[in-house]
Design a protein around this ligand. Structure first.
Ligand code: FAD
Ligand code: SF4
Length: 527
């Protein structure tokens, strides 16, 4: 698929304005598209720059390209002039900047418009174009997030810890979401205490089958092969992810109808059993939202309507869900922009170990890691606790180089775009920002994984053992991490008291745990 408008026709008509749409700017409701503008040519392009900035999961590229193509078709069906450039058309293009410069020249436009990108690298590119002075350049908003871009600095301070809770409460009040006048609806701001249960056997049968799609992406797969694009993960000819607004709305309706009722309750639970084990009660809406096919506002509103109409949904489930979108999603975006490009270089614990090979092939005897990684390779998805407390926790405890950790998360997940991936990975999961996001490192032994999952009962390792050949590696790594960083962590009121447990252990036991952990660190690849 290339030019949706045939080349001749495009040349025959002159356009005053070129308007650029990036792959994550598929906002069907953007004011740009409220009525056709005959003087404007919209351009959407598949670019090597984007397929190659990291090695991506094959489903991620397929989902982006399929969604971009559907979006272009939609715009054209609405009477807009669209130029869609596929990989064949852009193969010789060095970069986005070069492509824009050459397109402006080709169409001899007077104006170039773009929507402000959500990534620093793209914003820098678009703000540094070499266009003739005669071309008027204008940067516009994506009309997607709750908080206006210009106001992020008034909510978040750079280089220091900011509390999600106070940020979230401010947004609840400002946007009048789940508010009863000036008080939080339900009398509490936070229902975490009621949430976060482990799945019992009887609960497993109740989990709804996830709604998945069957989008034919054979032509995209062929194009990736033709252009030798390096990818990893399981390729699906029938892609399960939503690739247009209708499918995104369908997934939202499915979530409100089937999954919201237990969203908070089982938000942190993990299981290795059943067809729905990979998505549980999670929405899987992150890709649709991050590409802007759905706005966070409409997702929040749909969940509130479902709560009002379905007595089985209680406030704890609803609040838990809204907290993720109005709270965490807006919060990490603000952290990303306010802290700027330096954030990407932070490495608080000076971690430098290489990411083990099993992150790329799932071959490990640790059942929790094998489940989280293999599922990610198969579906390009893992839910938050799998990312944070299994794979992220492993990297934190074993001191993996945060650049390599970022690279993996940025490539593997369907929803991974730097503005949201980076603060979550480098900040929340690796504490490489020294506490800008989290108040303490999310470090946990096998005990936590055992508490929230059924993985351990069928693992090669024994979760209750702390040293010895069969001991769960997370146990030793946890104490090794805690002892290595004792000077700093002991001062943290949320962690300090844990050292009492350690100090009460006999010296010989402590030596065994640390010696085994250090030996395991030297043979990570074989765990
Ligand atoms: P649900 O559990 O259904 O949550 C609903 C929505 O809330 C999500 O769709 C998402 O938009 C939002 N949300 C929830 N938690 C967060 C969060 N911590 N930050 C931002 N938004 C959140 N999310 C991404 O969108 N892209 C990423 O690249 C990404 N990388 C992550 C890396 C790590 C190490 C961790 C710990 C988390 C990461 N997250 C990322 C956040 C979160 O894990 C995903 O948003 C979530 O798993 C997506 O699945 P879902 O749509 O089913 O979410
Ligand atoms: Fe993971 Fe340890 Fe449990 Fe095995 S025993 S599943 S390695 S936490």
């Amino acid at each position: 698929m290339t030019n949706l408008c045939p080349k001749k026709q495009l040349h025959a008509q002159s356009y005053k304005r070129l308007a650029w749409i990036l792959g994550d700017q598929l906002n069907y409701q953007h004011s740009w598209f409220s009525s056709p503008r005959s003087d404007t040519l919209f351009v959407i392009a598949e670019l090597r720059q984007e397929t190659d900035y990291t090695c991506h999961h094959v489903q991620k590229i397929c989902a982006f390209f399929a969604s971009m193509r559907r979006f272009a078709n939609h715009l054209q069906s609405q009477g807009h002039a669209v130029l869609y450039l596929d990989l064949d058309a852009t193969a010789k293009t060095k970069s986005l900047s070069h492509l824009i410069e050459s397109m402006c020249e080709r169409f001899k436009v007077e104006e170039f418009q773009y929507q402000r990108p959500d990534e620093i690298r793209l914003l820098e590119q678009l703000r540094c174009l070499s266009l003739p002075n005669s071309i008027f350049v204008s940067e516009q908003d994506t009309e997607h997030f709750f908080l206006p871009f210009e106001e992020l600095k008034s909510y978040i301070k750079a280089g220091r810890h900011n509390r999600l809770e106070s940020f979230y409460r401010k947004l609840r009040k400002r946007f009048d979401i789940l508010m009863d006048d000036t008080e939080p609806e339900g009398g509490q701001w936070n229902f975490d205490e009621d949430n976060r249960k482990k799945l019992k056997k009887a609960d497993l049968a109740e989990i709804p089958s996830p709604l998945v799609f069957k989008n034919d992406v054979e032509d995209i797969l062929a194009s990736l092969e033709k252009h030798d694009i390096e990818v990893f993960g399981t390729a699906q000819r029938n892609l399960l992810w939503p690739v247009d607004r209708n499918q995104s709305l369908e997934l939202l309706a499915w979530f409100c109808d089937q999954a919201l009722v237990n969203f908070g309750r089982f938000q942190d639970a993990m299981t290795g059993q059943g067809e729905s084990k990979w998505s549980l009660y999670h929405s899987r809406l992150s890709f649709a939202m991050n590409c802007k096919m759905l706005s966070p506002e409409e997702v929040v509103n749909a969940s509130i309507t479902a709560y009002q109409q379905q007595p089985s949904i209680n406030i704890a489930q609803l609040e838990g869900f809204i907290r993720q979108i109005l709270g965490w999603r807006e919060f990490v975006r603000a952290i990303y922009w306010v802290n700027g490009s330096d954030y990407k270089t932070l490495n608080h614990f000076e971690s430098s170990r290489a990411l083990p090979e099993f992150f790329w092939n799932g071959k490990t005897k640790m059942r929790c890691m094998s489940e989280a990684i293999n599922q990610s390779l198969e579906t390009s998805y893992a839910h938050h606790i799998q990312r944070l407390m299994v794979t992220g926790n492993f990297c934190l405890l074993t001191g993996i180089d945060p650049d390599q950790v970022d690279n993996w998360y940025l490539g593997i997940y369907i929803d991974a775009i730097e503005w949201v991936e980076l603060p979550n990975t480098r900040g929340m999961s690796q504490f490489a920002d020294g506490g800008i996001i989290a108040t303490k490192p999310y470090a946990a032994s096998g005990n936590y994984i055992n508490k929230m999952s059924d993985y351990c009962s069928q693992c090669h390792y024994k979760v209750k053992e702390k040293s010895g050949e069969h001991a769960c590696p997370f146990n030793g790594f946890y104490w090794n991490f805690m002892i290595t960083n004792r000077q700093e962590l002991a001062k943290n009121p949320r962690i300090g008291m844990l050292y009492g447990n350690w100090d009460r252990k006999p010296q010989v036991e402590r030596d065994e745990i640390l010696n085994d952990a250090r030996a395991n660190l030297l043979r990570l690849e074989n765990l």
